[in-house]
Design a protein around this ligand. Structure first.
Ligand code: GTR
Length: 453
């Protein structure tokens, strides 16, 4: 193994050990907290109509998540091309058609204008491979679940024609378990999903941002205008300029520059762009499902992109569905130290200062309204704070009610395996941090209900 990789592993282990040391798992020790108001403008005025929510309060909250937590998603569009590499009409014993599609992202602007440095070099492209499963038994267009996989498309299937991700070598030593075919099939019950009439669009998340603090340069982020450039203005909001912790060379990144979670969210919207071109897919029925760090990215994608009609967070924990202010399990300080490449630099300001954060995660879920949101927990996954995940789904309710939609009625957690399926859904199942067939069954039921299948 390369020396750098060992150093990184040692550093990750050390920071996780240090982190585990002070973790609170005692409900009695949860600090008393007051959640930031959902339906009150920054000027103190109450929000009483959908119009006020959409025109005033929602943009205020969006702005805070972008500037303080996940970083700003660039508004410029880069060029993306798609190439179908394989098509197999006989996948899953004839139940599905699969397509593998190469996405090429280029720093060239959408209309062919020059990239971030004023010149386009061959290096400034990134590749990702989408794996699409479409049920063969269908009447008309089908709904679809979009979701990243962790170890590569090859990891979710036995099919030897499914390719390895172009980026896996950047984060996983050759020969490590991630390279084994079908090592994550258990998390992707393809036949169950296909039998229920849904398509699946999945991609390895490393293709968008290889998940390692040193890999920002190899992510899609440098393809955008303004990346780490000195002519980018310092942050007007904080007036602090940049912290430079994730910058390169002498240039520094702005403290609200997007990082990995922002990039993953952006990438899932590019999957939607592609799906909208596919005749078999019903682009009014697109669900996104993300587990853990991808649950965080799914919620942020769902908040930003209204084409996601159902947004599902599976065990997403800190920085996902869990309320920061409970400081139960993983905290802001721990996550920032362990994964310095996930959130924007401004988020570091809230290490050990949860009460000073101007937002909390119930507001992230509220940004999804009136589209449908579902949060799931596992009872042994205390690191992700199941109660905090439940409570943020509960506290998002007032915005759903503003739309005359249904929400979670009680702040008492439901029993195990007793899913709530209102316009906001929630379940807690027995077991560990994972994605199980039970979780998928609930997501399919929730999607059926809202897609009126
Ligand atoms: C953990 C991290 C969590 C969660 C998880 C995962 O190590 O602390 O926030 O994201 O990884 O993605 O599996």
């Amino acid at each position: 193994m390369k020396r750098d990789a060992w150093i990184l592993i040692a550093w990750l282990c050390a920071s996780m050990l240090l982190a585990q040391h002070n973790v609170n798992y005692d409900e009695e020790k949860v600090p008393k907290y007051v959640l930031p108001e959902l339906l009150q403008l920054q000027n103190g005025e109450k929000v009483t109509s959908v119009e006020q929510w959409e025109k005033q309060r929602r943009p205020e909250i969006m702005e805070l998540f972008a500037s303080e937590v996940y970083g700003r998603t660039p508004t410029d569009r880069i060029k993306v091309t798609y190439e179908t590499i394989t098509e197999n009409p006989n996948a899953l014993k004839g139940k599905a058609t699969t397509r593998q599609v190469r996405f090429t992202f280029s720093s060239e602007g959408e209309n062919g204008d020059k990239g971030r440095n004023g010149s386009v070099s061959e290096d400034e492209t990134r590749e990702a491979i989408l794996l699409l499963y479409i049920p063969n038994k269908r009447k008309g267009k089908v709904p679809v679940f979009v979701g990243y996989n962790y170890n590569g498309n090859h990891s979710i299937t036995h099919d030897i024609k499914v390719l390895y991700p172009p980026t896996l070598h950047l984060v996983e030593e050759l020969g490590s378990p991630a390279w084994e075919r079908d090592n994550q099939t258990r998390r992707w019950p393809l036949e169950i999903i296909i039998d229920r009439g849904y398509a699946i669009a999945t991609m390895c998340y490393h293709d968008i941002f290889p998940d390692n603090p040193s890999m920002k340069e190899r992510s899609v982020i440098p393809l955008f205008t303004g990346y780490s450039s000195n002519n980018r203005p310092t942050n007007e909001k904080t007036g602090s300029g940049s912290t430079g912790t994730t910058g390169q060379d002498s240039s520094q990144s702005a403290s609200d520059e997007w990082q990995a979670i922002g990039a993953w969210a952006w990438g899932s919207s590019r999957i939607v762009d592609y799906l909208e071109t596919q005749k078999e897919i019903d682009s009014d029925k697109i669900a996104i499902m993300g587990h853990s760090r991808q649950g965080k990215a799914a919620l942020w994608a769902g908040a930003q992109d209204e084409r996601f009609k159902v947004v599902i967070s599976n065990d997403s924990g800190c920085g996902g569905a869990a309320l920061f202010r409970r400081e139960f399990g993983e905290t802001i300080e721990i996550i920032n130290n362990t994964f310095p490449h996930w959130f924007c630099d401004n988020f570091q300001k809230y290490n050990k200062r949860e009460p000073s954060l101007p937002i909390d995660q119930h507001q992230l879920i509220a940004l999804i309204a009136p589209r449908k949101a579902y949060v799931a927990s596992a009872n042994e996954d205390l690191w992700a704070d199941p109660k905090g995940e439940f409570l943020s789904a509960y506290h998002a309710g007032p915005v759903y009610r503003l739309y005359a939609l249904s929400a979670i009625d009680s702040d008492t957690m439901p029993k195990l395996h007793a899913p709530i399926m209102e316009d906001i859904g929630y379940h807690i199942r027995a077991g560990k941090h994972d994605v199980t067939d039970y979780d998928w069954k609930c997501y399919l039921d929730f999607a059926d209900k809202h897609f009126k299948k």
